[in-house]
Design a protein around this ligand. Sequence first.
Ligand SMILES: Nc1ncnc2c1ncn2[C@@H]1O[C@H](COP(=O)(O)OP(=O)(O)OP(=O)(O)O)[C@@H](O)[C@H]1O
Ligand SMILES: [Mg+2]
Length: 247
Amino acid sequence: MLIIRDLEASINEKDILHKISLQLPKGQITALMGPNGSGKSTLARIIMGDPEVQVTGGQLLFNGTNLLDLEADDRARLGIFMAFQYPQEVAGVQLFQFLKVAYEARFGCQINLIDFKKIVSQALKTLNLEENFVKRPLNVGFSGGEKKKCEIFQLLVLKPELAILDETDSGLDIDSLRIVAEGIRQAKETNPEMSILVITHYERILNYLKPDRIIIMHNGRILKEGSDLLLSEILEYGYANIINAGN
Ligand SMILES: Nc1ncnc2c1ncn2[C@@H]1O[C@H](COP(=O)(O)OP(=O)(O)OP(=O)(O)O)[C@@H](O)[C@H]1O
Ligand SMILES: [Mg+2]
């Protein structure tokens, strides 16, 4: 369970987040929505431990551990995973090798090649990806959709306790979106205690994932929390109603 309490943050001296309080309970899917620039990715980056974002106040606790004391690598080892809005290309690092190192760090043990290949093959099959996919350098030359699938591929292999998916559904064709959503659903099914924070602008992925609740951010603050009724309201009227009611 992740507890965020009165979190304040800035980037390059500019205040971005103001008194964010939020809990991500085990086994729950939380959708985080809000207009462009409202601070969704910044919140995700703080949870992951991005040093570019300065936390200026508040608390961040994961199963009782103070995350603010830990580097990004240590947070990943605790089982926190993030699928990035803009996955980076890493030349010279083969996806398979990268993931094997990440897997061994995550579970604190060596895994033999045959066992690891089995896990990888299963995940590739789930996402309709060819075996050769893992032989390529990480994200280099991947299409936009392939980069997003690669993030979910890592999710399936690393089995995190908390997964943050930052606009994983953006730029996917209809079939890829269904496959990616199915991959997320499957990861959750094999690991029911996993908590998922889905950052998105679209209802389609939420129709597949059926979040337990929806949270709306605006101007670095949490504006409203609700069920899928809130989603219907946004789809019909945009964010204006909610923003006006909150001001
Ligand atoms: N490196 C930076 N320097 C200055 N401002 C930044 C930096 N990174 C983010 N910001 C600002 O922080 C605010 C929140 O950005 P963030 O990326 O968290 O928004 P978002 O809700 O994820 O938006 P989107 O829906 O477009 O992805 C924006 O106003 C953005 O310009
Ligand atoms: Mg963003």
